[in-house]
Design a protein around this ligand. Structure first.
Ligand code: HEM
Length: 594
């Protein structure tokens, strides 16, 4: 197994434990022997005392070095959270509990309000850990200061067994290589393949129509994930995974997974494995750098990753076999004819690498766009007048015909709904980067808390920084007092739109900078196409709260909270991507012919 492989986390944590718990007593022992000191009965306490003493000295020394570096860089330290227990263990436990039970990202917002700043150092177990909702700081991390940051070792350690050698899990040359391999497949020509969208949209509409004619609810979150994965697998790999024709989850089926996607067939097993692995990785992130202690003897992702590999490996093998056959017969396909998978197979013989890259892009394509469509449908159910306005626009521009590229460009209101949904519910609500092994600075904070000093902030080397697009995109200082309201008009009214056009980094659902989402335009095309077909077919969308698993209904105390939680009819939750807990159960009504 390579050092970068999943055994690496065990190696790293054992090294850390050795350094923290074994080295100090051993040093005391060596000193005693050399200086011929004898403590008698005090020997054991003296050896044990060496452990906290070593931590104390290390922390003091690192504080001293950091203060000096901050001075040299003309910056101030990031405000630190001050807990009651050593190492902020109390804050860490509270945050972990809050993230699992409170409204999405709320525990972070509580901390920012308590400390009256937009970037904070939670410093768990004396290790710097930065969280930010500051627009200027995420801009620096993603774009203007790109060279000072990378996905880094901590993220790679958490993700390695799942995403392996794929685009999401690599930096520098390896990332550039992956990006350059993928780029040709996202040109305008390729992403405007509306025939492909029509094929899978049509299948989805048939499922929805059948349910609608029986007035049965549908977990659209699950259905949309099937639509996006079937379309993406055809688009990228020339292979239909055909999940749309598999068994659908039923609301009364007892046990429900996080996303309400449980079925007992092979697709259900794959979907659950996909969910489970994302949940484990999220828990690792919340536990901080000590997570490997809990997986020392048992990599919790392993059984789920095995299920996922069992699904994908035949696809990779088929492609490599086809390549060998074509090679033998001297046939060479052109770039235009090739799928992404074939292109990958042409660039390497490494089946593991091909599978990893395939999995990375599937993850990127499936859950994000499905999340967008799910939340748009949620809003159409909450606000029928908005759904009606979208429908009017669709019928005016496209009639009952399949939309064209030009048609979609004319759907200004539909685009505004998409953007407003992405603003309030960015499919990747929280993400992280790490500083490279050199310290750097963040620019002065944005103007959320005017009492904050305008001095730049000092970032220590190799430090994790978490940034939340969800909090930035709901920040009232940036978006105005109605930031929590769903109002697509803010993307149409020129005066209100000016807020965003003069400061585009306040809206980054697709990230920004060199690692900006490569599938952004594909996603807009796919989502717009789908919504056109949906609105042509259905005119009423109702939340089926009777079908929603009871444990996934929003808790009563949210009504007393702040922001969107007061009006929420569903439970937004997130692992690596945002979703609706228990699924989004909707009843639709077939529209009368136009
Ligand atoms: C609404 C839909 C989507 C949203 C909101 C979204 C969002 C994002 C975000 C936030 C990132 C940056 C992740 C990071 O740097 O940590 C990203 C990267 C990426 N996305 Fe998307 N995405 C969407 C759809 C898609 C689709 C449909 C595809 C492909 C078919 C795709 C492919 C990728 C890839 C390959 C990357 C990695 C880029 C890199 O690291 O250079 N995305 N996406």
């Amino acid at each position: 197994m390579t050092l970068a492989g999943h055994a690496n986390y065990r190696f790293r944590i054992l090294k850390d434990i050795l350094q923290a718990l074994v080295v100090p007593p051993v040093l005391v022992s060596l000193c005693c022997r050399t200086l011929n000191l004898r403590f008698g009965w005090w020997s054991i306490p003296a050896h044990l005392l060496a452990i906290p003493l070593a931590v104390f000295i290390r922390v003091q020394y690192s504080d001293f070095v950091q203060a000096r570096e901050a001075r040299q860089l003309g910056a101030r330290p990031i405000p630190r959270v001050v807990g009651k227990w050593p190492g902020n263990i109390d804050v860490m436990l509270k945050l972990k509990k809050g993230l699992a039970s409170q409204y999405i990202c709320e525990p972070f917002l509580d901390l920012f309000e308590e400390y009256q700043c937009t970037t904070l150092n939670t410093r768990f177990l004396w290790v710097d850990n930065i969280i930010t909702m500051d627009q200027e700081h995420s801009k620096c991390v993603l774009a203007t200061g790109f060279g000072h940051f990378w996905r880094g070792t901590a993220q790679r350690e958490r993700l390695e067994n799942f995403l392996g050698d794929g685009i999401f899990n690599r930096d520098d040359e390896k990332w550039k290589y992956h990006r350059s391999l993928a780029r040709p497949f996202f040109t305008r020509n390729r992403i405007s393949d509306f025939e492909l969208f029509e094929k899978y949209t049509d299948r989805t509409m048939t499922v929805l129509s059948n349910l609608a004619s029986r007035n049965e609810p549908c977990n659209v979150q699950d259905l949309f994930a099937r639509f996006t994965i079937d379309a993406a697998s055809d688009f990228l790999f020339g292979h239909n995974l055909d999940t749309l024709s598999k068994k659908l989850p039923v609301s009364t089926s007892g046990f429900q997974s996080d996303r309400g996607a449980t079925t007992d067939d092979s697709w259900g097993t794959f979907a659950q494995a996909f969910e489970a692995v994302q949940r484990i990785i999220t828990m690792r992130g919340r536990t901080g750098f000590i997570w490997p202690i809990f997986e020392l003897f048992d990599d919790k992702t392993a059984p789920h990753v095995d299920v996922i590999k069992r699904w994908l490996d035949p696809l990779v093998k088929q492609t490599l076999d086809r390549k060998a056959l074509a090679h033998k017969s001297g046939i060479r396909s052109t770039m235009e004819e090739r799928t992404f998978l074939e292109h990958l197979a042409d660039s390497t013989e490494d089946a593991g690498m091909i599978r990893d890259q395939l999995l990375n892009v599937l993850l990127a394509a499936r859950d994000t766009t499905a999340c967008l469509l799910t939340y748009v449908t949620y809003f159409m159910a909450l606000y029928p007048s908005i759904a009606a306005k979208m429908r009017r626009e669709v019928l005016d521009v496209c009639g009952n015909n399949p939309p064209t590229h030009e048609g979609i460009r004319k759907l200004k209101y539909v685009k505004a709904v998409l953007d407003e949904t992405l603003r309030l519910y960015p499919p990747v609500p929280l993400n992280s980067r790490q500083t490279r092994p050199q310290p750097c600075t963040l620019p002065p904070p944005d103007r959320t808390y005017l009492t904050e000093s305008r001095q730049p902030l000092y970032l220590p080397k190799s430090t994790t920084i978490w940034y939340s697009s969800l909090l930035t995109q709901r920040n009232k200082e940036l978006w105005g007092p109605d930031a929590d309201e769903f109002d697509p008009e803010r993307w149409i009214d020129p005066q209100r739109l000016a807020r965003f056009t003069s400061n585009p980094m306040m809206f980054t659902p697709f990230s920004a900078g060199p690692r900006i989402c490569i599938g952004q335009n594909y996603a807009y095309n796919e989502a717009s196409f789908f919504l056109v077909r949906l609105l042509q077919r259905f005119d009423t969308f109702t939340l089926a709260t009777d079908a929603q698993p009871p444990s996934s209904l929003p808790p009563a105390e949210w009504k007393l909270g702040r922001g969107r939680q007061r009006v929420e009819m569903i439970y937004p939750d997130a692992t690596m991507t945002l979703f609706i807990k228990g699924g989004l159960w909707i009843r639709m009504k077939n529209a009368h012919p136009h």
